[in-house]
Design a protein around this ligand. Sequence first.
Ligand SMILES: CC(C)(COP(=O)(O)OP(=O)(O)OC[C@H]1O[C@@H](n2cnc3c(N)ncnc32)[C@H](O)[C@@H]1OP(=O)(O)O)[C@@H](O)C(=O)NCCC(=O)NCCS
Length: 165
Amino acid sequence: MIEYKKIDITHKQDLKKLIEDVLTKLERKEFFIPFTEDEIEGMFDPDTTIIYGAFDDDKLVGTAQLYLQESYVKDIKEIIDLNDNKVVELGGYLVLEEYRNKGIMKKLETILVDEARNNGYEFIVITIHPDNVPSNKVAESIDAKIVMTTNLGDYLRNIYLLKLK
Ligand SMILES: CC(C)(COP(=O)(O)OP(=O)(O)OC[C@H]1O[C@@H](n2cnc3c(N)ncnc32)[C@H](O)[C@@H]1OP(=O)(O)O)[C@@H](O)C(=O)NCCC(=O)NCCS
């Protein structure tokens, strides 16, 4: 049975391995904006990121994350005209190939939506390449709506918005 729990620094090596495993096998590299080393290091500060993992016994097989820092969402807030609102970004969707299409990401997403709501956010944004079918499906499953499709730097993205209150 898959178990879902919050990840902390004790899982750093597991998380790094999961990121590497999924990203090296990714056929369309533009589907995932790679983490920098600094981002991976900073990820374990609970003031910047809430990370959940899906575990099969002790093996980390999936993750998703809430990016709490204003700097993460500043540009997107401007683009979609939500400068005065409390907005959090949901992302970092990664599941090992052999564990896909079992609902793992949908479950992680639901948990993180609850976290965002409990932390007082008004909106969640999710950015996904328009051709990334599974990822778009996951975002649609929580009733997030595409408000725009645009380039974020070099990356074409659907910008999804979910209103929490
Ligand atoms: C995106 C990703 C995290 C999804 O994880 P997952 O645990 O397999 O997702 P779920 O099982 O919860 O849901 C996947 C949905 O996509 C659907 N799906 C998957 N492949 C599909 C395809 N080729 N065509 C149509 N639907 C597809 C599944 O049927 C399911 O939807 P449903 O429940 O409505 O039927 C996983 O595919 C992944 O790690 N991809 C590589 C990294 C990546 O692209 N990350 C996203 C960055 S935004």
